[in-house]
Design a protein around this ligand. Structure first.
Ligand SMILES: Cc1ncc(C[n+]2csc(CCOP(=O)(O)OP(=O)(O)O)c2C)c(N)n1
Length: 278
């Protein structure tokens, strides 16, 4: 069913709050990755609010959805969304990347917090997600598995081993959302290693693949609904995004892949994101 106007408004509001949390968290840590999560905030908020069946109440049960953040360096936004869902305490967000914190710079498996798998080593997430999807099917669990990936991560050979396996097993309960911002750690994809048309590639591997504007929450929601209806093939949603979305000096700039804003830059970012500057 299509998103109502109220649902779309709520998702956009949460995406904005996630962006505010991301810049605050990375600033407080003095290090981390702001660009990716700012770009992913709209499609991640659509997934977490509208589709992902994960809550404080069901987080330890078998019959719930699983989530794997394949591009683990973008975890600031993931943690902010787990806080939105009541799985992480809001105060903990500002301990991001601090010694002793449960919220390290790459996700560490912690089912109490709703974190299903440890990631950060690019290429591994989709394999694990495919294994979870197969396991859920073998156990007859009512469980869908969602995984994120990225254009940079798509350079890893293991992604395509996982894609081959998932199609072979007809994992209709598996969906990957690929953050395609055309930028990776060192610059533009085409200057480093162009992965080209990922929709065509996933289709050729036997997936149901679509490309959407990753900032259009209505389009993302429709793609997630179509993925649910595709029961005999895994689905891939190639989400075209702008790295650093919402903060003018971070937008489309690979320099902001993994740098913390200073005090002045934080103030400007929060102002642009409509947050109270304290
Ligand atoms: C196996 C592996 N190799 C290298 C890295 C270092 N690394 C971290 S992020 C990154 C770039 C990934 O590209 P992408 O996810 O597209 O970057 P973004 O869009 O977030 O800038 C690299 C190479 C890693 N984490 N894992």
């Amino acid at each position: 069913m299509a998103l109502t106007r109220e649902e779309a408004t709520q998702i956009r509001k949460v995406a904005l709050e996630v962006r505010q949390d991301v810049v605050r968290m990375v600033h407080a840590a003095g290090c981390g990755h702001p660009g990716g999560p700012l770009g992913m905030a709209d499609f991640m908020s659509t997934l977490f609010l509208q589709h992902l069946n994960l809550s404080r109440d069901n987080r330890l049960s078998d019959d719930r959805d699983r989530f794997v953040l394949g591009n683990g360096h973008t975890c600031a936004g993931y943690y902010a969304l787990l806080a939105q869902k009541g799985l992480i305490q809001r105060e903990e967000l500002l301990r991001f990347r601090k010694l002793g914190s449960q919220l390290q710079g790459h996700p560490h498996r912690n089912l109490e917090l709703g974190i299903d798998f440890s990631t950060g080593s690019l290429g591994t997430g989709l394999s694990v997600a495919a294994g979870m999807a197969l396991g859920a099917r073998l156990n007859s669990w009512d469980s869908r598995v969602y995984c994120t990936s990225s254009d940079g991560e798509s350079q890893e050979g293991q992604i395509w081993e996982a894609a081959t396996s998932a199609a072979h097993w007809g994992l209709g309960n598996l969906t990957v959302l690929v953050d395609f911002n055309n930028i990776q750690i060192d610059g533009r994809m085409r200057e480093i290693m162009d992965v080209r048309d990922l929709e065509a590639k996933y289709n050729a591997f036997g997936w149901h693949a679509v490309t959407v504007d990753g900032h259009d929450v209505i389009a993302v929601d429709q793609a997630l609904c179509a993925a649910k209806e595709t029961t005999d093939q895994p689905s891939a949603i190639i989400a075209i995004t702008t790295i650093g979305k919402g903060v003018s000096y971070m937008e489309d700039a690979s320099a902001w892949h993994g740098v913390a804003p200073n005090d002045e830059q934080l103030a400007q970012a929060l102002e642009e994101l409509g947050a109270a500057v304290s």
